[in-house]
Design a protein around this ligand. Structure first.
Ligand code: EPZ
Length: 421
């Protein structure tokens, strides 16, 4: 086990480059099940990417990995995703649609809940059933099969689920006939997945809107694609400068996918200057002022930026009302921020933050991926030393974060943790 030791109070200066998107890489890697072959570049070196490659290998695919690139070739495939791997990464559920569409059967461990919520997959299963899949749950596994091929269907999602949209979109590319997904999620990662699928000959329209139309194909050719930049990592760097201060140029910054996040940080008083469509200069030239956010499906304020924005608001002047509407338990970081002196109150799905002069360093524990990012951001601006435990959560979704922050002037070290839990 490792921890971060952060000496707060250093401003950030210099240039940093955003890595490829975790939440685009994962579905696109699973899409290799549909095509049998994939050559993916700008892939971030993350635990979740490694887990996905492990799962593909477990199923019988040949996976070759080099820095920033993953190639997949089909072998003798067993369409199963075991508990041991799925419990490491809930996104393994994204194997279900592709396995069913390509092999007509799948056995995927039902992802349990996680720290931020119950995370059911009922909408994934309902949609696949509408496409002709027979699905049962037995001994903690989803056991699914279809006679012949999946059939195109007209599916309306009760909620614009990101993973549900991705599973159904992938399944539809090899289904017989037309599939329409209504109330589809519009996240940029879905647009990137569609781009990758189109590189393999898939017929998709409407990605990025709430109605996606897919004409199924008999087979697809290899995927050749470069992953979009990670908009949440990019937003996390905005939070870091907003909290620690400084003047940073962020390269490969996907401005067009971060509209609401940029607007909110500007409203709080952070200076964000667009140098080009993929490069911004962010400067903190004054104390920020409290700003309210409510998380929403895209293009609203992303739930994956809620924790990092809260950390920045802890030392803004005035009150910030932060409302979480996507997950039912995504405030664990608030309890840890309180231990660093934050003045905040949790009221159901809302946290009311009252800005304080400065946070004080403390020993804090990460509980989930974005909570860990939030605690690192808070530590950068806090007095004295902050130690963040259980940073394996962070390693799931951030590539070499401490190295990137150190290069900007932060005093942050990754060291062995004396705690064994
Ligand atoms: C994706 O998770 C992301 N993960 C999450 O990022 C992100 O927070 C989330 O989308 C929302 O933007 C990946 O892309 C790998 P959902 P996903 O299905 O697909 C409910 C991170 O930090 N729901 O849109 O699981 C669900 O309970 C991670 O990078 C159902 O009720 O999100 C939740 O409350 C965390 N039934 C809401 O919808 C279903 O069948 C959003 O879930 C599916 C979802």
């Amino acid at each position: 086990m490792e921890k971060f030791v952060i000496k707060g109070g250093r401003e950030l200066h210099g240039r940093v480059k955003v890595s490829g998107s975790k939440n685009a890489s994962l579905p696109i890697l699973f899409a290799s099940i549909l095509t049998g072959e994939l050559d993916l570049s700008n892939v971030p070196a993350l635990m979740d990417v490694a887990t996905t490659c492990d799962l593909l290998e477990h199923m019988g695919f040949a996976v070759s990995r080099e820095p920033g690139r993953v190639k997949v070739k089909e072998g003798e495939v067993t369409p199963e995703a075991p508990y041991e791997l799925v419990k490491k990464m809930r996104a393994s559920i994204l194997a279900l649609g592709p396995l069913l569409a390509r092999f007509g059967r799948a056995k995927v461990s039902l992802p349990g809940g996680c720290a931020i919520g119950l995370r059911p997959v009922d909408l994934h299963l309902k949609g696949l059933s509408k496409m002709g899949a027979e699905i049962e749950i037995s001994h903690g596994y989803i056991v699914a099969s279809v006679n012949g091929r999946l059939k195109g269907a007209d599916i309306t999602l009760d909620f614009p689920t990101v993973g549900g949209t991705e599973n159904l979109l992938m399944a539809a590319t090899l289904a017989e006939g037309r599939t329409v997904i209504r109330n589809a999620a519009k996240e940029p990662e879905i647009v990137d997945l569609a781009k990758a699928l189109k590189s393999a000959g898939a017929h998709i329209e409407g990605e990025g809107t709430d109605v996606i139309v897919v004409e199924g194909e008999g087979e697809l050719s290899p995927i050749v694609h470069s992953v979009m930049p990670d908009r949440i990592e990019a937003g996390t760097f905005l939070s870091a400068v907003a909290t620690a201060g400084g003047d940073v140029v962020i390269e490969d910054f996907p401005s067009e996918t971060l509209g609401t996040v940029i607007d909110k940080f500007k409203e709080a008083g952070l200076e964000i200057e667009e140098l080009s469509p993929s490069e911004v200069r962010v400067r903190k030239r004054q104390r920020l002022k409290g700003t309210d956010i409510t998380t929403q499906p895209y293009p609203g304020f992303p739930t994956d930026m809620q924790a990092q924005f809260m950390a920045a608001m802890c030392t803004a002047d005035g009150v910030s009302v932060i409302k979480e509407t996507i997950f039912e338990n995504r405030f664990m970081h608030a309890l840890e921020l309180q231990r660093m002196g934050a003045d905040l109150k949790i009221e159901g799905n809302t946290v009311v933050v009252k800005g304080v002069e400065r946070l004080t360093g403390a020993k804090v524990t990460a509980t989930d991926l974005r909570a860990s990012a939030s605690l690192v951001v808070a530590g950068l601006g806090a007095e004295n030393t902050t130690e963040v435990y259980r940073i394996y959560h962070l390693d799931r979704g951030y590539e070499r974060l401490e190295e990137k922050l150190k290069a900007l002037g932060a005093e942050i070290e990754r060291v062995p943790s004396e705690l064994k839990y």
